[in-house]
Ligand binder design. Structure first.
Ligand code: SF4
Length: 348
C-alpha cells in the first residue's frame, strides 16, 4: 500500500460518542445537533460518516492548519499570558455562520468539495509544539468538537509531555463530550455569537440555549473559561443583546473575561461595515457596568480596552498592543498594588 493510501486509511477512525440505532442508523452524540445518520450518509458537519452502521470521523490526523500563535490570539488573556500555543485544525464545522472568518476551511466539506489536509498524527503535533517552545496546544480555527478524536488523543499526549490544552469553540458540544475531554482540557474560549434564538437559527443554523448550558458545565468542570462575542453591525450589536450576554456571564461568574471583538467583512457578509470602535467601547462599558471584572475590546490594536486592569483598584496589570503582551503589575496572580486576586490560570 502506498504512503498516501496508508494515511488516508489512518484518517478514517471509528468515532467516539455515538449510538447505533435500528435499521443501520447511528446517532452522533458529540454535538447538540445529535445527527441521526443513515448508512452511507454523513452528519451536518460533513466530516462524520456512517459506514455499515459504524460512525467514522473522516478527519483524524488530517490537519488543514498548524501554526504557532500567541495565546492572546485565541483569545485567552488570563491563561499563561505571553505564552505561545501550537494551533491546529481540520476542515469542517457544525455551524454555518454567514460571517465566518475561516470559512475557506470550516465550510470546506460542504457542497461536495474534497476534504483537504495533511497527515499530522498526535505524536507529531506534540513534538512540533515542544520543538517550537509552545506552552500549550490550541484546537482552533474550525470547531474542535468535529475533530474530537484527533483532539482527544493529542491532548492526552500533550499532558504527558507537560503541555496544556485549549479549545476555541462555539460551545455546541454535548455535556458528554465536555466531560470526556475535561481531564485534558485546561482552558476554553467559547463564542457567544448573540443573544437571540431567532438569530442563532437564521445566521448560525444552530441554537443559543445549548451554548449557554455549556458555559455552566465548563465552569462546573473547573476548566478556565473566557467568552468572546463578535460584535457585528445590525446582527449582534444591539444593546439588549449585549446586555443579555453580559448578564449571563455575570450569572455564571463575574470573573470570567468577556472579549467583544471587531467584525471585518467576510464570507457572506461582505456588505456590512467593520464594527465602529465606539460600538466596541460601548459594549465594553456595558459589560463592566453589568458587574463583569474584565471586558476586552478585540481586533483593535492600541485600544485601551485591550489591557488588563485590577478590578479592585484599577491598576494597570497587563499591557497589550495587539498580540504583544507586557505583564507589569501582577505578583503571584494578584494585583501588585492592592493585592486583589486576579481571576485566571497560570498567571505570573
Ligand atoms: S459532530 Fe457532526 S455529525 Fe456529530 S452531531 Fe455534530 S454535526 Fe452531527
Amino acid at each position: 500500500m502506498k504512503l498516501q493510501e496508508l494515511s488516508q486509511k489512518a484518517m478514517m477512525r471509528e468515532a467516539m460518542l455515538y449510538e447505533p440505532l435500528a435499521s443501520g442508523k447511528v446517532r452522533c452524540e458529540l454535538c447538540r445537533h445529535y445527527c441521526v445518520i443513515a448508512d452511507g450518509r454523513d452528519g451536518i458537519c460533513r466530516v462524520r460518516a456512517n459506514v455499515g452502521g459504524t460512525l467514522y470521523t473522516l478527519v483524524y490526523g488530517r490537519a488543514i492548519a498548524a501554526n504557532v500563535d500567541p495565546i492572546e490570539k485565541k483569545p485567552l488573556f488570563h491563561f499563561h499570558p505571553g505564552s505561545r500555543s501550537y494551533s491546529i485544525a481540520t476542515a469542517g464545522c457544525n455551524f454555518q455562520c454567514a460571517f465566518c472568518q475561516n470559512w475557506d476551511i470550516s465550510q470546506m466539506p460542504k457542497g461536495g468539495r474534497r476534504l483537504a489536509g495533511r497527515w499530522f498524527p498526535p505524536e507529531a503535533v506534540v513534538a512540533a509544539a515542544l520543538a517550537t517552545g509552545c506552552a500549550s496546544i490550541a484546537y482552533t480555527y474550525t470547531e474542535p468538537t468535529i475533530f474530537f478524536e484527533y483532539a482527544y488523543d493529542t491532548a492526552q499526549l500533550a499532558h504527558e509531555a507537560g503541555l496544556k490544552n485549549v479549545f476555541v469553540s462555539n460551545g455546541y458540544m454535548t455535556e458528554k463530550a465536555l466531560r470526556r475531554i475535561a481531564p485534558y482540557l485546561d482552558a476554553i474560549n467559547v463564542d457567544v455569537k448573540g443573544f437571540s434564538e431567532a438569530r442563532y437559527k437564521r445566521v448560525m443554523k444552530a441554537r443559543l440555549q445549548p451554548v449557554l448550558e455549556s458555559l455552566h458545565v465548563i465552569k462546573a468542570l473547573g476548566i478556565w473559561l473566557e467568552v468572546t462575542t463578535l460584535v457585528i453591525p445590525t446582527i449582534s450589536d444591539d444593546e439588549a443583546g449585549l446586555r443579555g450576554i453580559a448578564a449571563a456571564i455575570v450569572d455564571l461568574d463575574a470573573g470570567t473575561p468577556w472579549h467583544v471583538t471587531q467584525f471585518h467583512p467576510d464570507y457572506r457578509l461582505t456588505e456590512l461595515p467593520r464594527t465602529p470602535l465606539e460600538t466596541l467601547q460601548r459594549a465594553r462599558h456595558l459589560g463592566l457596568d453589568a458587574g463583569l471584572r474584565y471586558v476586552y475590546c478585540g481586533n483593535v490594536p492600541g485600544e485601551e480596552g485591550e489591557n488588563t486592569f485590577c478590578w479592585g483598584c484599577g491598576a494597570l496589570l497587563i499591557e497589550r498592543w495587539g498580540y504583544r503582551t507586557k505583564v507589569i503589575g501582577l505578583r503571584e496572580g494578584a494585583c501588585g498594588r492592592c493585592g486583589s486576586k486576579i481571576d485566571g490560570a497560570g498567571l505570573p
